[in-house]
Write a protein that binds this ligand. Structure first.
Ligand SMILES: O=C(O)CCC(=O)C(=O)O
Ligand SMILES: [Fe+2]
Length: 239
């Protein structure tokens, strides 16, 4: 795999090796530090930046192990909409703030519904923010969404944060999720794409307030989690 990645780096001319057989080049290229060269370039869709396959399988597994520790301390719960309907997505958070919803409305809270502070955001997750967010601020919330079979998220804007100049960074793990992107106001034409395990998406700049949602997940599309399902993490600056 390393070799395939190095070959594609070589093909794209990101490093200037002129001579030698491909085998020799691979030898030399293994000396180049892994990061920087190994990540995919983003594809832009309506101003969102989609990095397909940002995380390799080992990184996805490491992230999942870190998330298991977070969820052991801050268990997933089913938020109620302000209208009293349970959401199909189960959630929890890490960071100074977590996102909660109940009869009182949607908001950020410094405590889990059980009354405890949220666990810290794992460094494996912060590293992704640092690589793609383009901001010097640190994320104050990592919202963890778990989609079981049949779960979805209706079209919405992320607007419970104070500063819309700060991006939201989304990381997908597990089964494929059909992500729909709309417009700055409700309605109008939309575009959809499948978000796959290891994909990263940056929702920032002029696209920060576009409507978006998850129509459905495709069960059985990823072996990462033994019982299936999809996890989406969104990193946010809240204040
Ligand atoms: O699950 C996703 O990919 C999107 C989640 C989302 O939009 C949110 O949590 O606000
Ligand atoms: Fe959102």
């Amino acid at each position: 795999m390393v070799r395939d990645r190095l070959r594609s780096v070589y093909k794209e001319g990101q490093i200037g090796l002129q001579e030698g057989s491909p085998e020799e080049d691979c030898e030399k290229m293994t000396e180049i530090p892994e990061d920087a060269t190994a990540r995919p370039a983003p594809q832009e869709i309506r101003g969102f930046l989609h990095y397909p396959g940002w995380l390799d399988v080992a990184e996805q597994q490491a992230l999942l192990a870190d998330l298991r520790e977070v969820v052991a301390r801050a268990p997933l719960f089913s938020p109620m909409t302000p209208y009293g309907k349970p959401m199909s997505v189960r959630m929890t958070s890490a960071g100074r703030f977590g996102w909660v919803s109940d009869r009182r409305g949607y908001r950020y809270s410094e405590t889990h519904p059980d009354g405890c502070p949220w666990p810290e955001i794992p460094s494996s997750i912060l590293a992704i923010w640092n690589a793609v967010s383009g901001t010097t601020r640190a994320p104050e919330c990592c919202l963890i969404n778990f989609y079981g079979e049949g779960a979805k998220m209706g079209m919405h804007q992320d607007r419970d944060e104070d500063d819309f100049d700060q991006p939201v960074v989304s990381i997908s793990l597990g089964d494929d999720g059909l992500f729909r992107i709309g417009n700055a106001t409700r309605g109008g034409k939309t575009e959809s794409l499948w978000l796959r395990s290891g994909d990263v998406m940056v929702m920032g700049g002029a696209a920060r307030l576009l409507y978006h949602g998850i129509d459905r997940i495709k069960p059985g599309t990823c072996p990462l989690m033994p019982k299936g399902g999809r996890i989406n993490l969104t990193l946010r600056v809240v204040t």
